[in-house]
Write a protein that binds this ligand. Structure first.
Ligand SMILES: C[S@@+](CC[C@H](N)C(=O)[O-])C[C@H]1O[C@@H](n2cnc3c(N)ncnc32)[C@H](O)[C@@H]1O
Ligand SMILES: [Zn+2]
Length: 355
C-alpha cells in the first residue's frame, strides 16, 4: 500500500511514480485555495486515480471525473476511489474520445501523460471554459530540451536549445505551444506557476476567453538568440525571427523558438505555495527557490560565463550580492543551481563577475 497525502493507493497494474509526489503536492496546494464544493476537476490521465483521490480528500472540490484509456488503469482508479471513499465519475476512455462527446466543462484539468502534452492540449480545450485552470505535465525533456531537436520542431513547431539554457527554453516551448492551441479556441493564457525538476516539466495556466487575450498570448511568443562565444543573449517577441550576429562580439548566434517570453509565475501563486508547506516539508527548498526567482526570460550560468571570460570560478551568491549592491534585481533560479536571473545589462553583469 502506497500512502501519499490522505490517499492510500494500491498500484496494481497501473502506473504510479512516487517521484512525482512533489508535483502532486503542489497541485493539491494550487487547487486548495481556489476550490469550493461545486468545483469540477478532470483528472484526464488518472492511472491509479491518485490525483483525483487526493483532490477530493484534500481540497473542497467534490466533482471529480477521472479518465484512463487503459483498462487495467481504469479498474485500479475504480478500486482505489472506492477504498478511499471517494465519489467520482470514472470513465474507461481517452481524453480525445471523452472531449468529443461530453457537454461538461471543467474548472481544473490535469493532464499527466506518458511523454509530452502535445496530443492532449487540443482536446483539453474542448472541455474548458473561460477561467479554466490547466495543469499540464510533460516528461519529454529530451524533445523539449533539444536532444531530439527534429522531434521538437515536428511536435511543438519550435526549434529548441541544446545547451545550459535548454530546460528553461523547453518549458517556454511547452507553454508557447499551449498558447498557440488555446488561441485557436479563442483563449489567451496566463501562466501562474512553472516547475521544472530533473524528470518533469509542469505548468499551471489559466484560460481567458476572447480574441484580444488570445492574440496577446500568441504575441508573447518569440525567439531567443544566444551567443555561445560570449554568453550574450537577446530575445524578441514576434512571428518572424530577425537573426543577426551577436551585438557584443559579432559571432553567429543560435536561435530557439518560437517560445513563450512572458512570465513563468504569478507572485501571489508563489506566495500561496510557500504558505501551504511547512519548513520540514521535503520539497521546501525547491518551493523557496521558485518563490525567490526573479521572473525574466533566461538566466546566466555563472560557471559558463567565467569560462567564457577566462577567469577563475566565482560563487553565484557573490555575483548576486554585487548586483544587488548596484541596485539591480538578482536571484538564483530553479533551472540551474549555479545560474542567476537579473535585470542588469550584460556589461554590468560581466563587471560584477570580474569583481
Ligand atoms: C503517467 S500516467 C498518469 C499518472 C498519474 N496521473 C499519477 O500522478 O500517478 C499516464 C496515464 O495516462 C493514460 N493515458 C494515456 N493516454 C491517454 C489518453 N489519451 N486519454 C486518457 N488516458 C490516457 C495511461 O493509460 C496512463 O495510465
Ligand atoms: Zn557574442
Amino acid at each position: 500500500m502506497y500512502k501519499e497525502g490522505k490517499a492510500r493507493i494500491k498500484q496494481g497494474k497501473a502506473f504510479l511514480n512516487p517521484r512525482a509526489r512533489f508535483l502532486r503536492d503542489i497541485s493539491v496546494a494550487f487547487i486548495a485555495d481556489k476550490s469550493t464544493k461545486k468545483t469540477k476537476i478532470l483528472d484526464a490521465t488518472a492511472a491509479t486515480g491518485i490525483r483525483g483521490i487526493r483532490y477530493y480528500l484534500e481540497t473542497n472540490a467534490k466533482h471529480i471525473t477521472m479518465l484512463d484509456m487503459n483498462r487495467s488503469a481504469f479498474r485500479s482508479a475504480v478500486q482505489n476511489s472506492a477504498a478511499n471513499k471517494v465519489k467520482a465519475d470514472i470513465i474507461s476512455t481517452s481524453l480525445q474520445e471523452f472531449a468529443n462527446t461530453t457537454k461538461e466543462r471543467f474548472d481544473f484539468i490535469d493532464v499527466d501523460p506518458f511523454g509530452g502534452i502535445a496530443p492532449y492540449v487540443y482536446d483539453a480545450m474542448k472541455v474548458s471554459k473561460d477561467g479554466t485552470y490547466l495543469m499540464l505535465t510533460s516528461t519529454d525533456g529530451a524533445v523539449l530540451c533539444g536532444a531530439h531537436a527534429s522531434a521538437c520542431m515536428k511536435i511543438y513547431g519550435a526549434k529548441p536549445m541544446h545547451n545550459e539554457l535548454c530546460q528553461e527554453a523547453g518549458i517556454r516551448i511547452m507553454i508557447g505551444f499551449v498558447a498557440g492551441v488555446a488561441a485557436q479556441f479563442n483563449y489567451g493564457i496566463e501562466v501562474l506557476l512553472s516547475v521544472w525538476d530533473a524528470h518533469y516539466m509542469r505548468v499551471f495556466l489559466r484560460l481567458k476567453h476572447g480574441s484580444a487575450a488570445a492574440l496577446a498570448a500568441v504575441k508573447s511568443n518569440g525567439y531567443l538568440h544566444y551567443c555561445r562565444k560570449c554568453g550574450f543573449r537577446r530575445y524578441e517577441n514576434g512571428f518572424i525571427a530577425n537573426v543577426s550576429p551577436c551585438k557584443e562580439c559579432g559571432s553567429p548566434t543560435d536561435t530557439a523558438g518560437r517560445l513563450w517570453l512572458g512570465s513563468l509565475y504569478q507572485k501571489n501563486e508563489k506566495e500561496n505555495l510557500l504558505k501551504h508547506f511547512r519548513e520540514d516539508y521535503e520539497g521546501i527548498s525547491a518551493i523557496k527557490m521558485i518563490n525567490e526567482e526573479y521572473d525574466v526570460p533566461f538566466f546566466y550560468s555563472i560557471p559558463i560565463m567565467t569560462k567564457i571570460m577566462h577567469i577563475q570560478s566565482v560563487s553565484p551568491n557573490e555575483v548576486i550580492r554585487k548586483l544587488k549592491e548596484k541596485g539591480f534585481e538578482a536571484t538564483r533560479t530553479q533551472f540551474d543551481a549555479s545560474g542567476i536571473k537579473t535585470n542588469a545589462d550584460f556589461r554590468t553583469l560581466k563587471e560584477c563577475i570580474k569583481d
